[in-house]
Design a protein around this ligand. Structure first.
Ligand SMILES: Nc1ncnc2c1ncn2[C@@H]1O[C@H](COP(=O)(O)OP(=O)(O)OP(=O)(O)O)[C@@H](O)[C@H]1O
Length: 295
C-alpha cells in the first residue's frame, strides 16, 4: 500500500481549474518531485494534501486512510509535515523555540500541567528542547539557535523550517521549493539533507524549479501543466518525454522567464530556476495556503 495516494484530484477556483485530474502515489521513504511551469497547480496540490484547500473532487489517502477535506491540524497529526514557498517562521521567536513548536505537536501535555508546571510539564518541555537541538543538528544549522529566527541568513532559515517540520515526526514531508533562493553551495547541502531525510525512512515530496536538483535527488517525477498531469516516471525518462519538453518550451515561448532552459541541466547547483531571490515570489500571502481556507 502506498503511503500517499492522490486519486483524480480536482480543484477549481471559480471558473479556473487549478488541478484537473491529478493522480500519483508516494511510497514509504520515496523521494518524489512535482514539477511544472508557474501556475501549473503544484502548490495547490500540496495545499489539498495538507488540508489547506478542500479539493473540488477526488480522494487523498494516507496509508489507505482517506484524509480528503480534513483540517490541516488533523492531517499534520497523522504524520504529514510541510514547508512553505515563502518561509513561515515566527521571526521574533528564537530559532530553538520555532523548532520546539514543531516538537510540541506530538509531545502532548494538558492545560493543567502547563498551568501548574507539574513534573510532567517540565519533563515534556525538556524533551521538546532536546528534540529541537537534535533536529537543528540534523539539518546542519550553523547560526545562533538562541537568537531571533529572522536574524538568520535566508538559507539557514530554510533549514530551520525543515527542522521544525521534522520535529513533528512526519512519515511524509512536503517541501515547497526548498532550493529557491539558495546559493550554489547551499543547494548542494539541501540535496544531501533531502537524502539524509530519506535515510530516516521519511518520504519526501518536493516542488522544485531547479531541474538539476530534481533530476539528481528524485526517484520519481510527476509533471503538471495547466493543472493536468502530463508525465509520471523516472527522472531520466521524464526529461526526455516530448510532452514535458513541449510544456516547458511552450511556456518559454509565451513569456520570457528563464526557469525552464535547465531541463537538460544535470549540474545540480546552477541557479537556473529564474526565481533566484531570497523570496522568489514576494510576501507571505501568495495564495499558497496563507488563508488556511477553503478554495
Ligand atoms: N487561492 C487562490 N485563489 C484563486 N486562484 C488560485 C489560488 N491559488 C492558486 N490559484 C491559481 O491556481 C493556479 C495554480 O496555482 P499554483 O500556485 O498551485 O501553481 P504552481 O504550479 O504552484 O505555481 P508556481 O510554480 O508559480 O508556484 C494558478 O492559475 C493560480 O493563479
Amino acid at each position: 500500500m502506498s503511503l500517499l495516494s492522490v486519486e483524480d484530484l480536482r480543484l477549481s477556483f471559480g471558473g479556473l481549474l487549478a488541478i484537473d485530474g491529478l493522480s500519483f502515489t508516494v511510497g514509504e521513504a520515496e523521494i518524489v518531485s512535482v514539477i511544472g511551469p508557474n501556475g501549473a497547480g503544484k502548490t495547490s496540490a500540496f495545499n489539498c494534501v495538507t488540508g489547506f484547500y478542500r479539493p473540488t473532487a477526488g480522494r487523498i489517502l494516507l496509508s489507505g486512510r482517506e484524509i480528503t477535506g480534513m483540517r490541516p491540524s488533523g492531517i499534520a497529526g497523522l504524520g504529514v509535515s510541510r514547508t512553505f514557498q515563502n518561509l513561515r517562521l515566527f521571526g521574533e521567536m528564537s530559532v530553538l523555540d520555532n523548532v520546539r513548536a514543531g516538537a510540541h505537536l506530538w509531545l502532548r501535555q494538558n492545560f493543567v500541567d502547563a498551568l501548574l508546571h507539574t513534573p510532567r510539564y517540565r519533563r515534556t518541555e525538556r524533551e521538546c528542547t532536546e528534540q529541537a537541538h537534535h533536529w537543528l543538528d540534523f539539518v546542519g544549522l550553523r547560526g545562533d539557535r538562541f537568537g531571533e529566527a529572522r536574524a538568520l541568513p535566508y538559507g539557514e532559515q530554510r533549514r530551520v523550517e525543515i527542522a521544525r517540520a521534522l520535529a513533528r515526526r512526519p512519515a511524509l514531508l512536503l517541501l515547497d521549493e526548498p532550493a529557491a533562493g539558495l546559493n550554489h553551495g547551499e543547494k548542494a547541502e539541501m540535496l544531501a539533507l533531502i537524502r539524509r531525510i530519506r535515510e530516516l525512512g521519511i518520504a519526501t515530496v518536493l516542488i522544485e524549479h531547479d531541474m538539476g536538483l530534481v533530476m539528481e535527488v528524485s526517484e520519481r517525477v510527476v509533471v503538471l501543466n495547466f493543472g493536468r498531469e502530463i508525465a509520471d516516471g523516472r527522472p531520466e525518462d521524464v526529461r526526455r518525454d516530448p510532452a514535458v519538453i513541449e510544456a516547458y518550451l511552450g511556456r518559454d515561448d509565451e513569456d520570457d522567464e528563464d526557469d525552464t532552459d535547465d531541463t537538460d541541466d544535470t549540474d545540480d547547483t546552477d541557479d537556473t530556476d529564474g526565481k533566484g531571490g531570497a523570496d522568489g515570489k514576494g510576501g507571505a500571502d501568495d495564495g499558497d495556503g496563507g488563508g488556511d481556507g477553503d478554495a
